[in-house]
Design a protein around this ligand. Structure first.
Ligand SMILES: NC(=O)c1ccc[n+]([C@@H]2O[C@H](COP(=O)([O-])OP(=O)(O)OC[C@H]3O[C@@H](n4cnc5c(N)ncnc54)[C@H](OP(=O)(O)O)[C@@H]3O)[C@@H](O)[C@H]2O)c1
Length: 309
């Protein structure tokens, strides 16, 4: 009997060890790294950015909200001021207004952002614009404009904030890309190109700043229920103004905002937030490109037929 009990010692110890490990892993998994952190969110006046503002505010972040429309940002600040949480200390957000497509002014905006708290812990490059159009009817200036907002703007802002993160050996940069940064679908050329460029830039950045202890996350969502398609530009630069069925049936932006928070807390390097079909398409693009090209050509023909009907 004594021998049996004695033999169980290592087993019990092992079990306790596993339980402790599980507990520590859970703690790390759900650690709130955002409490008291300085978090910058671009495009906070609408859609996903606005939901991120609500979610990060509730998690105790010291927010700096960015957008072009000061009135809408101020309305959000007032709304957030009314939300109280007895368990988590919350802060009144700052706002910084600037146009990301005017890259010459972005460095100055970066300075203004840094002045709010003296540093930035998390930069969420969320602002963006979409595009709908046929390449043959699209002005090159429209291709360039989408690139300015979705690519050069976030690049300029990142580079304005980066030196201070490098100096502090601390910081997390998040890029809200898209599934269309992983595979290109027809009639979205400007948007898909800007998101592919975003993916490439932030992948390079991740590798280059790892030695300073900085984190880089690229989040690639599928459709989200926001005003993105309404605000999209067309080939001649005019507003598309249509709520696409795909966008209307997209993910709830609150759910996506929680995924952004989780990605920051868990320091995830990339997140693909897509249903089974787009996920398969992303892998098909790499593993079986010939089939992917056939499927995209057939999709383009179908969309063209629908437009002509
Ligand atoms: N909705 C989707 O289906 C979907 C899917 C995948 C990825 N995404 C990405 O999610 C991000 C957020 O988009 P959303 O869906 O929330 O769209 P949204 O509701 O149209 O919001 C876009 C935000 O970007 C800001 N913005 C646009 N152009 C700007 C500029 N030149 N300078 C500064 N801010 C500018 C807008 O601010 P203003 O108030 O100044 O206009 C607005 O706050 C985008 O990067 C988008 O590509 C969206």
């Amino acid at each position: 009997m004594e021998r049996v009990v004695g033999g169980m010692g290592p087993l019990v110890l092992g079990g306790v060890g596993l339980l402790v490990m599980y507990y520590v892993m859970q703690k790390l998994r759900f650690k709130n790294r955002v409490q008291d952190s300085v978090v910058v969110i671009t495009g906070a006046s609408s859609g996903l950015g606005k939901e991120c503002a609500r979610v990060f505010h509730a998690a105790g972040a010291r927010l700096i909200l960015c957008g072009r429309n000061q009135t809408r940002l101020q309305e959000l600040v007032q709304e957030l001021g009314k939300t109280t949480n007895s368990k988590i200390k919350t802060y009144t957000p700052h706002t910084v207004t600037f146009d990301l497509s005017n890259t010459d002014t972005v460095a100055a905006a970066g300075e203004q952002i840094l002045k709010c708290y003296g540093h930035v812990d998390v930069l969420i490059n969320n602002a963006g614009i979409s595009y709908r159009g046929n390449i043959m009817d699209t002005h090159v200036s429209v291709q360039r404009d989408v690139m300015e907002t979705n690519y050069f703007g976030p690049v300029a802002l990142t580079q304005a904030i980066l030196p201070s993160m490098v100096q502090r050996h601390s910081g997390h940069i998040v890029a809200i890309s898209s599934v269309q940064g992983r595979m290109a679908i027809p009639y979205r050329s400007a948007y898909a190109a800007s998101k592919h460029a975003t993916q490439a830039y932030f992948d390079c950045l991740r590798a280059e700043v790892e030695r300073f202890g900085l984190q880089v996350t690229v989040i690639s969502p599928g459709y989200i229920r926001t005003n993105l398609s309404l605000n999209a530009v067309t080939g001649d630069g005019s507003r598309y103004g249509v709520m696409d069925k795909t966008t209307a049936a997209g993910r709830d932006p609150v759910e996506v905002a929680y995924s952004v928070l989780r990605a920051v807390n868990q320091r995830q390097k990339e997140v693909l937030l897509a249903g089974p079909l787009p996920t398969v398409a992303v892998y098909l693009r790499t593993l079986w490109p010939a089939l992917f090209f056939k499927l995209m050509a057939s999709r383009a023909r179908k969309e063209q037929r629908l437009k002509e009907e």
